[in-house]
Design a protein around this ligand. Structure first.
Ligand SMILES: Cc1cc2nc3c(=O)[nH]c(=O)nc-3n(C[C@H](O)[C@H](O)[C@H](O)COP(=O)(O)OP(=O)(O)OC[C@H]3O[C@@H](n4cnc5c(N)ncnc54)[C@H](O)[C@@H]3O)c2cc1C
Length: 306
């Protein structure tokens, strides 16, 4: 039985859907749904929702689902859809403020427009600001947390907190709480300190970075970016290619011919089980042939189909 019922809530302005699919909210366009999906109207509405949600209900944030595989049996509890095409972006006191639901490419363009440098790398990351904070997303030498001045978070009881980078330990695609607590809070906004730059140069750099991606990544097919983290001093793509795995398929999922660390869903018929089986297969074959155990970068959530 679904424990999250619309009649339990008062005064919400967002949308609550029960037993809702999530495939279209993930860049793999695959996988199951959730017991309940909440799309908040804004930060305050999300806070009101969490205050009224029974405390035992599990809450999972999903941004643009560009780093997430939802297993076919779906996610128990509530998935909160954080992406907000109308999310606030602003400049104040030398900092760029972005709500968590803003898409990273939009933040990159906004920062460029306001003569900031350093944010160009975000133009090619097809996720939200919240997802970038949770993952410490980065590329081409830039990393999200290098520029964070402070973040706003929402705790499970619906109260907001403001935290600084010293509250976290961040590294390559890794963010942990400095006090050892689980990273359970949702990111709702961030203030970034980007170095002074210059509009035209920043826009030119964005164009170059996007062209480089288009040339090297299968952006025309559903995918979730790099599936595996790069091991120290090496590249997962090189190891996967050297193990002869380019083009290998399981069900509807295939190791990209263009970029070996990408798994694509070319005909949009892959199940999450196909994708996960291929991830495990690649991991096993690479370990057998090269001795390196690849660690997934993508987050796998939910339960397998019964
Ligand atoms: C074509 C392509 C290229 C990519 N290139 C890069 C790259 O160069 N560098 C890179 O780092 N990544 C890259 N990625 C992966 C992905 O875009 C990033 O990891 C991105 O930061 C994920 O953001 P998202 O909003 O889609 O997160 P989701 O996939 O929705 O979520 C990822 C994780 O973040 C958590 N999360 C999301 N929002 C919040 C929030 N508001 N508060 C708390 N937790 C939250 C989720 O619970 C989940 O654990 C690429 C992906 C694709 C498809």
């Amino acid at each position: 039985m679904n424990m999250v019922e619309p009649q339990h809530f008062n005064g919400l302005r967002g949308e609550l859907a029960l037993n809702a699919p999530l495939a279209r909210h993930t860049s793999w366009r695959a996988g199951g749904g959730a017991d309940a999906v909440y799309t908040p109207a804004d930060r305050d509405d999300l806070s009101a929702f969490l205050r009224q949600l029974p405390i035992f209900e599990q809450v999972t944030a999903l941004g643009l689902g560009s780093n997430t595989l939802v297993r076919d049996g779906g996610v128990r509890g509530v998935v909160v859809l954080m992406h907000d095409p109308g999310g606030v972006l602003a400049v104040a006191d030398g900092l760029v403020y972005a709500e968590a639901g803003v898409a990273c490419p939009k933040l990159a363009r906004f920062a460029a427009l306001h003569d900031c440098g350093g944010a160009e790398f975000l133009a090619g990351i097809p996720g939200t600001v919240g997802g970038a904070l949770a993952m410490n997303a980065g590329c081409y030498g830039g990393e999200t947390w290098s520029y964070v001045a402070r973040v706003e978070t929402l705790q499970r009881d619906g109260s907001f907190a403001v935290r600084t980078p010293s509250d976290y330990v961040t590294g390559y695609r890794s963010v942990r709480r400095a006090d050892g607590r689980p990273l359970a809070e949702l990111f709702t906004a961030a203030w970034f300190r980007f170095p002074a730059g210059e509009k035209t140069g920043a826009r030119e750099k964005i164009r170059e970075l996007l062209a480089r991606r288009l040339a090297t990544q299968p952006l025309d097919l559903p995918n979730a970016g790099s599936v595996f983290r790069n091991p120290p001093n090496d590249h997962a793509a090189r190891l996967i290619e050297s193990a002869g795995l380019k083009g290998v398929a399981i069900g509807g999922a295939r190791v990209s011919e263009k970029h070996a660390n990408f798994i694509v869903n070319p005909e949009r018929r892959a199940s999450a089980a196909d994708i996960e089986a291929l991830i495990l297969h690649v991991r096993r074959v690479v370990a057998e042939k090269t001795g390196v155990e690849l660690e997934p970068e993508v987050r796998i959530i939910g339960e397998a189909a019964a």
